[in-house]
Design a protein around this ligand. Structure first.
Ligand code: BDR
Ligand code: CA
Length: 308
């Protein structure tokens, strides 16, 4: 069983990923930590608690994390997630709120208390919390298992600027600190998440399950379907954040390539660009992995299995 901490900024695709994780007995969910990103952290923390309640997983603690990036001004992506972060779903006050204490302390405490390499992380928002945790406890990088991050862009180009993806762009200094650390980082960038799309048939398949978790996941994807059609002109929205969680459950659904990844922090034009180098030694050792392909039907089967 994989012991996992999910760090996220729900967010409609974060919500789909969380509902998948909450409904997957193969994951030993140690904590959900939240960060300001798609919407401010008060809302991402509340949303995580709401999703936990829908999935009846109050056994999983939720922590509130960083409200702003390390250096930059907070951004936000409310147009793609709704002002409250849950698309068309009306938020409510969850019966159980966040645990006392912060996300950074929760990450450090849980990882350092267990044998090296046995706790993995899925990071679905800006990497601020993990960067702060690495500053607080430098041994964390060696202690952590794989860190699966939704972030970055290479062949597909960016979704916030020509070359940058939102999670990396929102806090490029944090992303750079994490990638420069000894963490075993697997990056699921737009090159792969654009292959994992909520087609009409896939959304309808989840909707038909008609459970509280399936209805919530389908509502998130319906919202994205409408918004992506309006703003980007795509028929089927990518469900970016589902990828790292799906990889934790079924790594065989993804193709990864060893590489070296550096993040641009010095340029306004290319802020948050991920320079993915596959040639050994050209930029440094190939100590990261970059996802290039996904079995999207397999990924959506995981979502359905977890929400039925
Ligand atoms: C990423 O940015 C956010 O808006 C999504 O939740 C996802 O994590 C996609 O670029
Ligand atoms: Ca996210």
């Amino acid at each position: 069983m994989t012991s996992l901490i999910i760090d996220c900024d729900p967010g409609v695709d974060d919500a789909v990923a969380l509902l998948t994780a909450f409904g997957s007995p193969a994951l030993d969910l140690l904590a959900v930590t939240t960060v300001g990103g798609n919407v401010p952290v008060d809302r991402t923390a509340r949303n995580a608690c709401i999703l936990r309640q829908i999935a009846a997983r109050e056994d999983v603690p939720v922590y509130r994390g960083a409200e702003r990036p390390l250096v930059r001004e907070p951004a936000g992506a409310g147009e793609f997630h709704g002002a409250e972060g849950l698309g068309d779903m009306a938020p409510f006050d969850p019966a159980k709120g966040c645990e006392p204490g912060g996300a950074v302390e929760a990450i450090v405490e849980r990882v350092m208390a267990r044998p090296a390499g046995t706790v993995s992380m899925a990071v679905l928002g800006p990497l601020t919390n993990l960067a702060l945790a690495l500053r607080a406890e430098p041994r964390l990088a060696e202690q952590l298992g794989p860190v699966a991050v939704m972030g970055g862009a290479r062949a597909e180009g960016g979704n916030i600027t020509a070359s940058a993806e939102f999670n990396i762009w929102a806090d490029p200094e944090a992303a750079a600190e994490v990638l420069d650390s000894a963490c075993d980082v697997v990056l699921f960038g737009l090159d792969v998440t654009h292959q994992v799309r909520a087609t009409e048939a896939r959304i309808a398949g989840v909707e038909a399950l008609d459970t509280p978790s399936a209805r919530a996941a389908a509502s998130m994807m319906r919202f994205s379907q409408r918004i992506e059609r309006e703003i980007v002109g795509w028929d089927a929205p990518p469900v970016h954040d589902l990828c790292p969680v799906a990889w934790m459950l079924r790594p065989d659904l993804f193709t990864l390539r060893p590489c070296h990844i550096a993040v641009e922090t010095g340029s306004d034009l290319t802020r948050g660009h991920t320079a993915v180098e596959f040639r050994d030694g050209v930029a440094g050792p190939l100590r990261h992995r970059w996802a290039t392909a996904a079995d999207a039907d397999g990924v959506f089967d995981l979502l359905k299995g977890a929400t039925r």
